[in-house]
Design a protein around this ligand. Structure first.
Ligand SMILES: *Cc1c(COP(=O)(O)O)cnc(C)c1O
Length: 402
C-alpha cells in the first residue's frame, strides 16, 4: 500500500513518491533479482498473460524494483500540474530515446530538431533512422519563424524533438513557444529533460507529449548506474503500443540499477539546490577570470536566452561550459592541472566533473563542423558538483594559473 498523503513539496515527493509497501515489509524496495515470476496454477499464468490478473511475468516486461523509480520520476515530472502520465524505465537514456522514436515514427515521416543535441541522439538521427526511411530536419529552433515555416512547408514532419539546455553549449530553446507552434499543426513534441531535471523544468506543463531522461546523470546523481526513462502523457498509448515497442526492443532496466536510481532520487531536491547554488558562483568567477574568453551559462545575463531560461526553469542548472583563451593546448593543460575536480565525461554527479570536448567526446568530429556547433578548441564542459564552493573555486583558480 502506498502512503496515504499527497506531498505538498517536491522534496517530499522525491522521498516518498512511487513507494509501495513491500509484501515482506522491507523498509526499502528490495532488489528483486529474478528473471521470471511463478504461477500457483496454469489458470493463474493464463490470467497474467491475458491481463485479467495484475502481476509480473518476465523482467524484460517489468519488475517490482522498477516500479518505484518509474512512478517517482513520473510524479516529479507532473508535480503540482494535475496531469496524468506514465513512465517506463529503460536500460539507458539511449534505450528510452530509441523506444520513443521507433514507436512514434514510420517510413516517410520526418523529425524536426535543433543543433547541439546529445551526440548519441544525433547519431541515431543521422546514422540509424535513415535506414528506416525516417529523416531528420535540423534547424536553429531558437528562431521560431524558421520552425513554423519548416513545419508549414513539410507535411511529413510528425515529431518535434527538443533538448534544453543542450549539450555542451548550454543553448536554450523555448519549450512553450515551440510546443504551441507544433500543436497548431497537430505534431507530437518530445523533450530531453536530462540537464534540467524535473526540479528545474517540467516540459509536460507546456503540452509536451513525451519527456525523456538519461537517469544516469542528475537523477541517479552518484554515477553508479546507466539508466533512462520515457514518460508520456497519453497513458493509454504508453500502456499499449509504446509498452509493446519497449518490450520488443528489450531496452529494459535491471533490478540493481533501478535500486541505485531510487536511492539517488530521494535527495534530488537537496542536490539540485546545491548544484545550482555552486554553479552560479562558478559562472561569476569564470566570467571575471582573465584566462577565460567566454562562459556559457543560462544564469548569466550575457546568455542569449537568459530570459527564456528564467521563464521555463525554476533556477539555472548545474551545467556550464567555458572557452579558454589558449585554445586546444590550453584546454589540455588546464585539464591536467585539476587536483580535486574529476576529469571525465558524463555529468550530474555529486562530484564536480570536467571534460574537454574537442580532445574527448568530439575528437573525431572535424574542426569546422565542431565550430559550427560552438564547440571551439578551448571549450571546457563542467558539471558543477555539491562540494563546498571554496574548494571548487580554488581548484579552478590553481588550474587556470598553471
Ligand atoms: C547522457 C545523455 C543521454 C544518453 O543517455 P545514456 O544514459 O548515456 O544512454 C541523452 N541525452 C542527454 C542530454 C544526455 O546527457
Amino acid at each position: 500500500m502506498a502512503k496515504k498523503f499527497s506531498p505538498k513539496g517536491f522534496g517530499s515527493a522525491a522521498v516518498h513518491g512511487g513507494h509501495v509497501q513491500d509484501p515482506n515489509y522491507a523498509h526499502q524496495t528490495p532488489i528483486y533479482a529474478s528473471s521470471t515470476f511463478v504461477y500457483d496454477t496454469a489458470e493463474q499464468g493464463m490470467k497474467r498473460f491475458s491481463g485479467a490478473e495484475e502481476g509480473y511475468i518476465y523482467s524484460r516486461w517489468g519488475n517490482p524494483t522498477f516500479k518505484e523509480p518509474e512512478a517517482k520520476i513520473t510524479a516529479l515530472e507532473t508535480f503540482g500540474l494535475n496531469i496524468e502520465a506514465k513512465g517506463i524505465l529503460h536500460a539507458s537514456g539511449m534505450a528510452a530515446i530509441s523506444t520513443l522514436l521507433l514507436s512514434t515514427l514510420k517510413a516517410g515521416d520526418k523529425i524536426l530538431t535543433h543543433y547541439s543535441l546529445y551526440a548519441g541522439t544525433d547519431d541515431i538521427l543521422r546514422l540509424l533512422l535513415p535506414h528506416f526511411g525516417i529523416e531528420a530536419v535540423v534547424l536553429d529552433l531558437r528562431d521560431l519563424n524558421k520552425a513554423e515555416e519548416a513545419i508549414k512547408n513539410d507535411a511529413s514532419i510528425k515529431l518535434v524533438y527538443l533538448e534544453t539546455p543542450a549539450n555542451p553549449t548550454i543553448q536554450i530553446v523555448d519549450i512553450e513557444a515551440l510546443t504551441t507552434i507544433a500543436k497548431r499543426h497537430n505534431l507530437l513534441v518530445a523533450c530531453d529533460n536530462t540537464f534540467a531535471t524535473p526540479y528545474l523544468q517540467q516540459p509536460l506543463k507546456y503540452g509536451v507529449d513525451f519527456v525523456v531522461h538519461s537517469t544516469t546523470k542528475f537523477l541517479n546523481g552518484h554515477g553508479t548506474a546507466i539508466g533512462g526513462i520515457l514518460i508520456g502523457r497519453d497513458v493509454e498509448w504508453m500502456k499499449t503500443k509504446i509498452t509493446k515497442t519497449h518490450r520488443m526492443l528489450g531496452g529494459n532496466s535491471n533490478p540493481f540499477d533501478a535500486f541505485l536510481l531510487t536511492l539517488g532520487l530521494k535527495t534530488l531536491e537537496l542536490r539540485m539546490e546545491r548544484h545550482c547554488g555552486n554553479a552560479i558562483q562558478v559562472a561569476n568567477f569564470l566570467s571575471q577570470h582573465p584566462a577565460i574568453a567566454k562562459v556559457n551559462y543560462e544564469g548569466l545575463a550575457s546568455h542569449p536566452e537568459h530570459d527564456i531560461a528564467k521563464k521555463q526553469m525554476r533556477k539555472p542548472g548545474g551545467m556550464l561550459s567555458f572557452e579558454l583563451k589558449e585554445g586546444f593546448e590550453g584546454g589540455k593543460k588546464f585539464m591536467d592541472a585539476l587536483q580535486m575536480c574529476t576529469r571525465t565525461v558524463s555529468l550530474g554527479t555529486v562530484d564536480t566533473l570536467l571534460c574537454h570536448p574537442p580532445s574527448m567526446t568530439h575528437f573525431s568530429v572535424p574542426k569546422e563542423q565542431r565550430e559550427k556547433y560552438g564547440i571551439t578548441d578551448g571549450l571546457i564542459r563542467m558539471s558543477v558538483g555539491i562540494e563546498n564552493i571554496e574548494d571548487i573555486l580554488s581548484d579552478l583558480e590553481q588550474a587556470l594559473s598553471v
